[in-house]
Design a binder for this molecule. Structure first.
Ligand code: 9WN
Length: 421
């Protein structure tokens, strides 16, 4: 793209270019389908210049909702050989075909933001989707927290959206790779540098979980109880808590007190549940293996989302803000997906170090709301500078700002427009 075009115009052009008609792909070739949280953030970007197209993105996403309420993490609108694992591996038996688990539930928050910044037409579109949104939140509480502990689990690292974070090594180690899995025809490493992607061993385990899922016909209670992987993800937990809070506000707006009360009771239980994945050693909320009870060992960008959900008491929040500050002080660009002071930090490998615009947006929003304006501004500035330094990449090296992974990336462009500009 020409250097003479402003970054704002480049971001708009990227959203238009990745538009496949009613939905956007995260980037051409590497991710040729509709992804759940990518689409929701894309909508926030579209909302800055095309409200109709913004709502269309979320409407198309909900067109792939399962009967039980789940919104799948990938919707395969048109089969494309550029991505593995495609619909033939998931065997979802749905129309359109989709993957078999979800991703961070960020739609309620985006819909509330779009309604607050919009007019009567935005309100109408939000109201029309509201029933589907409620069904999705109910699904999360019922199938991802079957024992009503206030804490939801994820059944696959991909459900967190933070695929190969060291957090998941704990649960992944316990997975037995089936003998009949064969050689996986990976496509991602034909599009980007393998050193910036998950390893072969990780992919075998990812696919072992998919196999378990389709063999039990995506029976989500069975998967939560007996599946190969079940862990707490601070990102999904905090996105859901924030989403429940925003869902309650939407319900109030639409004159539905019963649903508002339901969402508030989920939130109350969740606030109590958060104590179970607080780590005093780390000074933050961390991932937790629900099978063994083991807590993860380092502060991540998901830990830094606690304020976005208003999780924790005053002492915990003060402590975690100290960690956020200390970590930002060791980076040129925040917020890293793994603590750079820890030996497992890898500045270029995907969710084991690099920074991601969408997570920065949620962390920054939480920091600003809780009175940490200077930290929030620092993060917003870093998100913008990373793009100024390298362009609209999928993710960035926190030490150098080098752009990594896919190029001309939808959510990086969307967050630039909606927040970082
Ligand atoms: C698996 C699309 C998605 C993001 C995830 C990111 C990556 C997929 C992959 O790309 O995951 O879902 O194949 O690596 O980790 O957060 O939604 O951009």
């Amino acid at each position: 793209m020409s250097m003479h075009t402003s970054l704002k115009q480049q971001a708009i052009d990227i959203l238009r270019m990745n538009d496949r008609g009613g939905y956007t792909v995260p980037t051409a070739r590497l991710y040729p389908y509709q992804w759940e949280w990518d689409s929701v953030f894309a909508a926030l970007g579209f909302a800055t210049f095309d409200r109709n197209r913004a709502w269309e993105e979320i409407e198309t996403l909900f067109s792939g909702q399962w009967e039980d309420g789940m919104v799948p993490h990938i919707i395969f609108h048109k089969t494309d050989p550029d991505y593995f694992p495609g619909p033939e591996m998931w065997k979802s038996n749905t129309v359109p075909p989709s993957s078999g688990h979800s991703q961070p539930p960020v739609a309620a928050s985006a819909m509330l933001t779009m309604m607050k910044t919009g007019g009567p037409e935005d309100r109408k579109r939000a109201e029309k989707l509201f029933e589907k949104l409620v069904a999705w939140h109910r699904w999360f509480h019922k199938y991802r927290d079957p024992d009503e502990t206030g804490v939801v689990g994820i059944i696959h690292p991909w459900e967190s959206g933070r695929d190969n974070c060291p957090d998941w090594d704990i649960g992944m180690e316990q997975i037995t790779v089936p003998d009949d899995l064969g050689d996986l025809p990976r496509r991602d490493i034909t599009h980007v540098d393998p050193s910036e992607r998950p390893t072969a061993e990780q992919y075998n385990r990812y696919l072992a979980i998919v196999k378990f899922g389709h063999e039990c016909k995506w029976d989500h209670l069975e998967i939560a109880r007996n599946g190969p992987f079940f862990m707490v993800d601070p990102c999904v937990q905090f996105a859901l808590m924030r989403g429940d809070r925003d869902l309650a506000e939407l319900a109030d707006e639409f004159g539905l007190p019963g649903i508002r009360d339901e969402a508030e009771s989920w939130l109350k239980r969740a606030k109590e549940g958060c104590g179970s994945f607080w780590s005093e050693d780390v000074g933050g909320f961390v991932a937790k293996d629900l099978r063994s009870g083991t807590l993860s060992t380092a502060f991540t960008n998901a830990s830094a989302m606690a304020l976005y959900a208003d999780a924790g008491d005053a002492a915990q929040q003060a402590r975690l803000v100290r960690e956020v500050t200390a970590i930002l002080d060791c980076c040129t660009y925040g917020f890293p997906s793994w603590d750079p002071r820890d030996s497992q930090f890898e500045s270029r490998r995907y969710w084991r170090g690099p920074i991601w615009s969408v997570v920065n947006y949620m962390i920054g929003t939480g920091l600003a709301e809780k009175g940490h304006g200077a930290l929030a501004e620092r993060l917003r500035g870093d998100t913008r500078r990373a793009v100024e330094t390298s362009g609209f990449y999928e993710y960035f090296d926190p030490l150098t700002g080098e752009g990594l992974g896919g190029k001309l990336f939808t959510w990086t462009a969307a967050i630039h427009l909606a927040w970082a500009m």
